[in-house]
Every structure is written in C-alpha cells, then in structure tokens.
Design a protein around this ligand. Structure first.
Ligand code: ZN
Length: 462
C-alpha cells in the first residue's frame, strides 16, 4: 500500500549534513505531517498546517491504523496517522549473513539421529571462540538440508523488514563445497524481495582463498554480477596474499571491497595498515569497508587512536557487529570486551555502521535481526548516552550504512527517499537508547510492514 501522508509524527534523524542542524534540532519533539509522493518525502509541515490541495481525502485512515487488529477492516485511504509517535529513517544493515541464519533452530528441531542433531557447546572454559563457531557452522552447512538453509534466509529477510530494515549488504559464502549454488539462490531471493528490501550481494570466502578452486569460484561469482568482493584474511595461512587477491579481483570488476578483518584480540596481527596501503594503491577511498576489527578494542590508546586516524584518512568504513563480536571475542585481560570503539571511531571521522552479522547461530545465539537493539547493545557497551552520541548510534544503523552501500540519502526530510520506520515511542530521546519496537516500515513510501495485534484469545477472562 502506498502511503501519501504520515500525520502527527515526531521526527528523528541523524545530524543532517546540509548545514541546517540547528533548524532540525528545533524540529525535534514537535509534531509534523510528512507528505510523500513518488517514493520520496515531498514536504514536512507542522501537524494541521495542510496546504491548499493537500487535504486528506475522505478515505483517510482513522486513528489506530498502525496497530489495527489482524483481519480488521480499514477504510480505503493512504494516510498513516501515528498519533505522536516517532518516525525515523528506516534501517540499513551493512553486514548480514542469510545463508546461516537460524541454524540453531535447525539443530534444535532436528530429530535424534539426524547428522546435525547434536548441538555444539563450546569446550572452551573461557567461552565460545571464533574458530569453533566457523567449524561448527561449516559442519552444519554440509549436513543441514539446503531447503532449511533457504527457508532460514527467507525468514531472515522477513525479520529484517519487520524490524524496520529496508536495505542490506549480504555476504554469500563461496567455497568448493557450496560452489555457486548459494549465489544463484541469493540472486533469486534478491529479486523476489526487492519491493521490501534492497539486497546487495558480497562474494564471501568464509573458509579462505587457499582451498583449491576457491579463487576461481570467487572470480566466477563476480562474473555472475555480485556487487561487492568480500574477504576473510584471518582464516588463511597467508593473509597478505588473501588481501592482494581480493583487491585485484575488485579492481578487475570495478567493485567495492568488504572485508571481515582483525576478528581477534591481538593488535600485533592487525591488518589495518595493509588494508589502508592497498586502498590507497588501488584508489579505492570510500569504497572499502572492514567488519569486526575487534583488535581495535585490545590496542593501547595511542595505537588505537593512530589506527582510527588511518581509517579516516584512507576512507575506510568500519562495521561493528556487537552480537557476534561480544559473544565470540574478548578472551584477554579481565574486563576486556571485544567491540571496536564506536564512539572514538566516529569522533575520529571514520564512517561507522553497526550491523547484525548473524541471526540465531553459533556466531550469534543472541542475534535477533533488530538493528536498533544492535545499536543499543553497542551504545551500552561503549557508554554512549551523552550529547550527540545517541545520534551517532542512530546514524550507524541508518544513514551511514546507506552511504556505505552507495544508496541515496533517506529519512523524514524533504527530498530524501521515503524509507521510514514508525517507532512505538513518543520520546525522540529514546531512540536508540530505549530500542523501541518498530510498528511500521515504509520503503519508497510503500507500507511493507505494520504491526498487527492479534484478536484476544476467546474464552472467559480472569
Ligand atoms: Zn560476517
């Protein structure tokens, strides 16, 4: 359903880049009507200040439409009243894996005797670790039926949209076992969900480039039209050769690079300088993204500051993945938590996104596909409650990942793409600190998700 007006909304958005920050701050907390058309925001006016010819038609939607009981009738109309709730830019997931989503559920549901029925529990006394998770997921991906993998991926898209996400960069595993089957599957899925979620596909060698045939498969995947060259140098014996191969492939196809990088607690093994060197050598400033980089959290303060400055200068974006980073890393000194310093990175001028990475599998048993909750988790871990810090967290799940994906600006401001999320709060300050529920998702002005409240269960009450 196309929406042409959202009424009675409180608007939030990251600090605008057009020099009108003061004006926008003035707007915060006031109620506005947002006029939509052609997939963009046409105008934003104080509630009730409709212009001639803008009157809501007789088919306007009555109050409560955003939380209408399932199956209840509603009058025809394209106005969405939100009754003083917050409307934010819709979310963009800069880094997510669909082909291993909900593997934990597959294991839990498997009857005894199936090859993947034994749920792996980390034998590590200090907690779960990355190499064990990679091995466990590798085993599951070879034994769980492909239909379940496909169903988990489709469910993951539904989950993302339900949580207000309208675009995602998806890493597709490329290895000699899977061949290009997952590429074909993801391309079909991308086409089938395009009206709800714009998916960008990364060729991702999860098990490295050193297994025979993997490099050829990566080249074939890019020739098939994948959008981004991925990499995972920490799983190879020769990570530098891995980086060189990734950048060479990206240059050959004129595509961006998106690396899983430095997912450990050993600063001495950091590849940040090597990536910056290659980014400059290939003229790829603004087109290289690195994910995890938990090494930053283990660095001494001066080394950390230098590394962040290097990322900012080289035009390399940073994606932190709190649900996985905090779960699998941080095995060093007591108190060490394995999350890159989001606050300091933003302060240093690095483009920072916060993303989901995984949903319900050994990499992230706690992941649920909710980017607001990911921002909340990063925020509380880094204690980002002051001044513009909450705005930085919101930007890290909205406009910054959109920029990393090369998408046009979006949000509740005139001229921007009408990708919007209606949140169940009247308090702009609770976004993202309170991680309010998403009541409705709009993509290009189209309502692609709304909360429906089930009818009460029949029978006598207490
Ligand atoms: Zn990942």
């Amino acid at each position: 359903m196309l929406i042409d007006r959202i009424t009675d909304a409180r608007l939030v958005g990251p600090t605008p880049t057009d020099g009108r920050a003061a004006e926008r701050r003035h707007d915060i907390g006031r109620r506005h009507d947002v006029v939509l058309g052609g997939g963009t925001v046409l105008a934003v006016r104080p509630t009730g200040a409709a212009q001639p010819g803008e009157a809501v038609g007789p088919g306007g939607v009555e109050p409560g439409d955003a939380v209408r009981p399932a199956g209840a009738r509603r009058p025809a109309g394209t106005t969405l009243p939100v009754q003083g709730r917050v409307v934010a830019p819709a979310f963009v997931d800069a880094h997510v894996h669909l082909d291993k989503a909900y593997l934990s559920a597959a294991v839990a549901a498997a009857p005894a005797g199936t090859p993947y029925a034994v749920a792996g529990r980390s034998p590590e006394p200090s907690g779960p670790r990355l190499d064990a998770a990679i091995a466990e997921v590798g085993r599951l991906r070879e034994t769980v039926p492909i239909e379940r993998i496909h169903a988990g991926a489709a469910l993951a898209i539904d989950t993302l949209v339900r949580h207000g996400t309208v675009a995602a960069r998806v890493h597709v595993e490329i290895d000699p076992v899977a061949g290009l089957d997952l590429v074909t599957f993801h391309q079909a899925l991308t086409a089938s969900v395009a009206d709800r979620c714009e998916v960008q596909l990364v060729a991702f060698p999860q098990r490295g480039l050193e297994r025979p045939g993997t490099r050829e498969l990566m080249a074939a995947a890019m020739a098939e039209g994948l959008d981004v060259v991925g990499g995972c140098p920490y799983v190879d014996q020769d990570p530098i050769a891995h980086l060189d191969a990734v950048f060479a492939l990206a240059e050959r196809h004129g595509r961006p690079v998106d690396l899983h990088l430095d997912f450990h607690d050993e600063p001495g093994r950091s590849l940040i300088e090597a990536v910056a060197e290659r980014t400059r050598a290939h003229g790829m400033a603004g087109r290289v993204t690195i994910g995890h980089v938990t090494t930053l959290a283990a660095m001494a303060p001066t080394a950390q500051a230098s590394a962040l400055d290097l990322l900012a200068d080289a035009g390399i974006a940073l994606v932190v993945l709190p649900a996985t980073d905090l779960y699998l890393g941080g095995h060093g000194e007591p108190g060490t938590r394995s999350l890159a310093p989001v606050d300091r990175a933003i302060q240093a001028g690095v483009r920072v996104a916060i993303a989901n990475n995984n949903l319900a599998n050994p990499f992230a048993p706690f992941g649920n596909g909710n980017l607001l909750q990911a921002a909340w988790l990063a925020g509380i871990t880094r204690r980002m409650a002051d001044d513009d810090q909450p705005g930085g967290l919101l930007a890290a799940v909205t406009t910054t990942p959109a920029a990393i994906l090369g998408l046009p600006e979006h949000g509740p401001q005139p001229g921007r793409a009408a990708h919007l999320a209606v949140l169940d709060t009247a308090d702009p300050a609770s976004v993202p600190l309170g991680a309010p529920a998403v009541l409705a998702t709009l993509r290009a002005g189209r309502l692609v998700h709304r909360v429906t409240v089930p009818e009460p269960v029949g029978g006598a009450g207490p």
